[in-house]
Write a protein that binds this ligand. Structure first.
Ligand code: NDP
Length: 481
């Protein structure tokens, strides 16, 4: 059985304690590899490698850094199927989804920041006729990058690419639940000629390796994507140490359908935005809000479309719904469906564990796509992030009520609005508390836009110029004329 090792200073290394953790395949429920169970010593070793690599990497011309990052992207692309199979095996998502979305988007992350760094500019302010003020941006040093299990390679590269492009070195800690693509990334980095120590990947539990990374005094920049309670814990440690912090956290995103929407498009995209990756995307629309006049018509068509989704073996090309990431997570999702029933909800479809698709998946962790109606907005199921294939659907009267419902949770990550009325679309976009608003679409991505959440969904913005700025320190230089 393979043991996934840390990638430190360009070498594959065991954890310093020699301990490993089981790595499960969600579709089968079986252990299929071991992963290094790292602690503070491993984080420190990775830090030392990153610190020592920083002077040379930060002075490497941007064009050379760019070229190496492009080569890493190329190395991933050349092994796309291998990456997709690894990601599917680790996460339970269909191989087809990983091969068409996750891995290509990881490649795009690297290509985008590899080329963006060639086109960044600094500001110059002419102060009357007295002085010139210009802003010098320099990489910050060793960055700590912590990423979750749902889109493992995509979210890891979303952090690594801008950090390295801007001239930082990094210690990354992927989720211990899904370490395999990060291990492959280490191989691709070595193949692409990334100098040792520039990127170090340390596997292990959040409570050990993650805590040590956050608290390390030499790591002054922390970029985290994960749950809101983990983000709060990280902030508690990092804030008094005055670390620069970016937090991308949970969501409870509204998907708002007005009576004048193109219903066919809204229906099809709502199925995708509710259940893509088994609902385990922070941007999934987990609360569907439908204007009362079309509510019944929407439901009559939506539920049969959801029932048609094929839950099954992620390796089967016809599967649209794979396994959820772990047994604990499956039980949490089923717990929320039970809670929905207790809170007076009506389960319109799903709500259970499906029959195994085949012998291989007999002990896998699957949940049928679930739609729940008749719940008030203030109940727990409508307030808390479920992060699985279970969505609620609720009617609303008019724009004001839609806004009130959309904004009534602690989260503010993303929203979709379906309407043909352009003025309404703009009004709604302005009124909804959320970092991203999609009009008549979902998950359309432009890497140049600032990405992040409002309220308890996030602090700071990633993406495009914002990300490059996050990983640099601006210094104002004032020249007296
Ligand atoms: P977690 O918060 O549990 O974990 C995220 C990462 O943090 C993992 O690598 C984890 O390690 C690590 N970690 C856990 N505890 C600590 C700690 N105390 N200190 C430092 N690191 C720690 O999130 P999940 O992995 O469960 O991911 C799902 C969550 O991520 C959802 O809430 C989802 O909404 C959010 N998310 C947000 C996105 C956004 O862009 N806003 C995008 C994608 C997901 P380990 O797993 O090894 O414990």
């Amino acid at each position: 059985m393979r043991t996934i090792l840390n990638f430190i200073d360009g070498d594959a290394r065991e954890s310093s304690s020699g301990r490993t953790l089981d790595n499960f395949e969600p579709a089968t429920g079986e252990v299929y590899s071991q992963v290094a169970d790292s602690d503070a010593d491993d984080i420190h070793a990775a830090y030392l490698a990153a610190r020592d690599a920083f002077p040379a990497w930060s002075k490497t011309p941007a064009s050379e850094r760019s070229s190496i990052l492009l080569d890493i992207a190329g190395a991933i692309e050349a092994n796309l199927q291998r990456y997709a199979e690894a990601e599917s095996r680790d996460t339970g998502k269909p191989v087809r989804l990983a091969a068409t979305v996750d891995i290509p988007r990881a490649v795009s992350n690297l290509r985008f920041f590899a080329t963006a760094i060639l086109h960044t500019a600094s500001e110059l302010h002419a102060t009357d006729h007295e002085a010139l003020n210009y802003t010098l941006r320099r990489p910050r040093g060793v960055a700590g990058l912590i990423s979750p299990w749902n889109l493992p390679l995509y979210l890891l590269t979303w952090k690594i690419a801008p950090a390295l492009a801007a001239g930082n070195t990094a210690v990354a800690k992927p989720s211990e639940v899904t370490p395999m693509t990060a291990a492959l990334l280490g191989e691709s980095c070595a193949a692409a000629g990334l100098p040792p120590g520039v990127l170090n990947i340390v596997h292990g539990r959040g409570s050990e390796a993650g805590v040590a990374l956050t608290a390390h005094p030499g790591i002054g920049t922390i970029s985290f994507t994960g749950g809101t309670s983990t983000g709060a814990e990280i902030a508690r440690t990092a804030a008094p140490m005055f670390k620069k912090l970016s937090l991308e956290m949970g969501g409870k995103n509204p998907n708002i359908i007005f009576e004048d929407a193109d219903l066919d498009r809204a229906l099809n995209e709502s199925v995708r935005s509710s259940f893509a990756n088994q609902g385990q995307i922070c941007l999934c629309g987990s609360r569907i809000l439908v204007q009362r006049s079309v509510y019944e018509r929407f439901l009559e068509r939506f539920v049969p479309l959801v029932e048609k989704l094929k839950t099954g073996d992620p390796q089967d090309p016809d599967t649209t719904q794979g396994a959820v990431v772990s047994k604990t997570h499956r039980d949490k999702i089923l717990g929320y469906i039970d809670l929905a029933r207790e809170e007076g909800g009506r389960v319109l479809c799903g709500g259970s564990v499906p029959e195994p698709a085949n012998e291989r998946c007999r002990n896998g962790w699957f949940v049928t796509p679930t739609v729940i109606a008749d719940l008030p907005m203030d109940c727990r199921v409508n307030q808390e992030e479920i992060f699985g294939p279970a969505v609620t659907i609720t009617p609303f009267k008019d724009e004001d009520e839609a806004v009130a419902m959309a904004n009534c949770t602690r989260y503010g990550l993303a929203a979709s609005i379906w309407t043909r009325d352009l003025a309404r679309a703009h009004r709604m976009a302005e009124r909804i508390d959320s970092g991203t608003v999609w009009i008549n679409c979902w998950m359309v991505r432009d890497l140049r836009v600032p990405f992040g959440g409002m309220k308890d969904s996030g602090v700071g913005r990633e993406g495009g110029e914002e990300a490059l700025r996050f990983f640099t320190e601006p210094k104002n230089v004032c020249v007296k004329l």
